[in-house]
Design a binder for this molecule. Structure first.
Ligand code: A3P
Length: 325
């Protein structure tokens, strides 16, 4: 019997099986052969029961903070490098393996009542994320938050500008969204990053390829903003989490912030930071008209998809389709 030192052996192995270069992590406890060799000191319970997948700028941080108020729901620990999000299924962190991922979750104190979750807003539109998520978390539930994709694009642009991204500082929103194939490459890259997540139906179909419709819940982000207590009730029922937590008492509308915030007894409400709920001028009518047209077919697809799933249509989707018909 011949063998080689570990690195050379690995090189040899991947020469023979190149398709295995990219790992696909599965839950070790779902397969007896894997479980038998899984260390006795480890558990398979340090994994989330549900994911908030994004997309960015739809109210995912507000949803994360509201969920964290629930006594039976536990969030992952914040990552110090990627804006608090773990971003495991969407990029290079995936190569760190499942021990690395599990370290972001506490040991469940009572597995039957603890609903652990994580929110990484770029999962929604990352090609590989649903396949990877389903391989490890096949029984998880998935929450996606949708607002009018035109507003999402504008919020994203304002976010980039606030971070002094040179391309957004030097180009108006109208210039970004209307860039043509002959425009500078950097502008086209920015345009794609701005507009692509808003093709909601395309991204959702990818998730639905790996998860059952009953595992996926679409959250109306506009309603989350205007009436979070109602939306949080629907989410709790979808998750099957008990007891139903009363968000009408836990949240209060803060006039100066202009958003719903956590009620704190005898003190000012605890709102999200300055980077959430920014003040900026309204989108110009030209940009809105352009984006209504740009997203018309995508929104029609979303309408068909939601009808197929039997999920309610967000008010913004009805309005958008009426205004573009
Ligand atoms: P703006 O800052 O453009 O208004 P995300 O957390 O996914 O990045 O989304 C940020 C957006 O969440 C904000 O975009 C804001 O409109 C929205 N939002 C919804 N409810 C909110 C709340 N209670 N507090 C702050 N922002 C909220």
């Amino acid at each position: 019997l011949q063998t080689l030192p570990p690195m050379q052996l690995a090189d040899k192995y991947f020469q023979i099986f190149p398709e295995e270069r990219d790992p696909l992590w599965q839950n070790p406890c779902h397969d007896k052969r894997h479980k038998d060799i899984w260390s006795k000191e480890k558990t398979c319970d340090r994994l989330p029961r549900f994911l908030v997948i994004g997309p960015q700028k739809t109210g995912t941080t507000a949803l994360h903070s509201f969920l964290s108020l629930h006594p039976a729901i536990t969030s992952s620990f914040p990552s110090l490098v990627t804006f608090e999000e773990i971003q495991f299924f969407s990029g290079p962190n995936y190569n760190n393996g499942i021990d690395w991922y599990m370290d972001f979750f506490p040991f469940p104190s009572n597995v039957s009542t603890d609903f652990m979750f994580e929110k990484s807003a770029n999962y929604f539109d990352t090609e590989v994320a649903p396949k990877r998520a389903a391989a490890l978390l096949s029984r998880a539930k998935i929450l996606a938050v949708l607002i009018n994709p035109a507003d999402r694009a504008y919020s994203w642009y304002q976010h980039q500008r606030a971070h002094q991204d040179p391309m957004t500082v030097n180009h108006t929103f109208q210039e970004v969204v209307t860039a043509r194939p002959a425009s500078p490459r950097e502008l086209l890259i920015l345009q794609r990053r701005c507009l692509k997540p808003g093709a909601y139906a395309t991204h959702l179909e990818r998730w639905l390829h790996h998860y059952q419709p009953s595992q996926v819940h679409i959250v109306d982000g506009s309603q989350l903003r205007s009436n979070p207590a109602l939306v949080m009730e629907g989410i709790q029922r979808f998750l099957g989490v008990t007891p139903i937590f009363n968000y009408t008492q836990a949240l209060t509308y803060d006039e100066s912030k202009g958003f719903w915030c956590q009620r704190v007894e005898g003190a000012r409400p605890k709102c999200l930071g300055k980077s959430k709920g920014r003040k900026y001028s309204d989108m110009t009518p030209e940009s809105r008209a352009f984006l209504t047209e740009h997203y018309r077919e995508h929104n029609m697809e979303l309408l068909r998809l939601l009808n197929r799933l039997g999920q309610p249509l967000p008010a913004w989707l009805r309005e958008e389709l009426q205004s573009s018909s």
